[in-house]
Design a protein around this ligand. Structure first.
Ligand code: IDP
Ligand code: MG
Length: 154
């Protein structure tokens, strides 16, 4: 099934919301295929946020993303990229719809709790950037037949 990439940002770690955020993904029916804690640095952030390096707020973004370790995850499910993006909410958490992670937990455009891949193509690139192949696990979830109909399980 499709995989997507998520970062629980320092705003999630600092506010002790790790359990609340992960619980949402699990309750939705997404499978955790990979998860680990790591300290990000400027080099990987310049790659990951290449579309933002020339923006005036980029130094603040690096400071924010390196303030504590982060938790990176690979989540798996049907249409996982679009589903997780929808659960994430708008970039500026003040504009994010209630019911989304940013909409329920955040008040900031920068300290917006989570990163989620925005396309299937970028999800593949981001997973490869942050995970080694042996850190991603292929295992069965006994709940799957209750989460999907047989013709949705491809
Ligand atoms: P996204 O996280 O919703 O995909 P992007 O535009 O890819 O949004 O931006 C990446 C991250 O950079 C955002 O999640 C946020 O932390 C930060 N960011 C984006 N735009 C701004 C801004 O205008 N001010 C401060 N931080 C920003
Ligand atoms: Mg983005």
């Amino acid at each position: 099934m499709e995989q997507t990439f998520v970062i629980l940002k320092p705003s999630t770690i600092s506010r002790s919301l790790v359990g609340d955020v992960i619980e949402r993904y699990q309750r939705k029916g997404l499978k955790i295929a990979g998860i680990k804690m790591m300290q990000l640095g400027e080099e990987i952030l310049r790659e990951h946020y290449a579309h933002l390096v020339d923006r005036p707020f980029f130094p603040l973004l690096v400071k924010s993303m390196t303030a504590t370790p982060v938790i990176v995850m690979v989540l798996e499910g049907k249409d996982a990229v679009a589903v997780v993006r929808a659960m994430t909410g708008a970039t500026n958490a003040r504009n994010a719809v209630p019911g989304t992670i940013r909409g329920d937990f955040g008040m900031s455009g920068q300290e917006n709790l989570v990163h989620a891949s925005d396309s299937v193509e970028n999800a593949k690139i981001e997973i490869n950037r942050f995970f080694r192949p042996e850190e991603i696990f292929n295992y069965g979830l006994v709940t799957v037949p209750a989460i999907y109909s047989p013709d949705e399980m491809d």
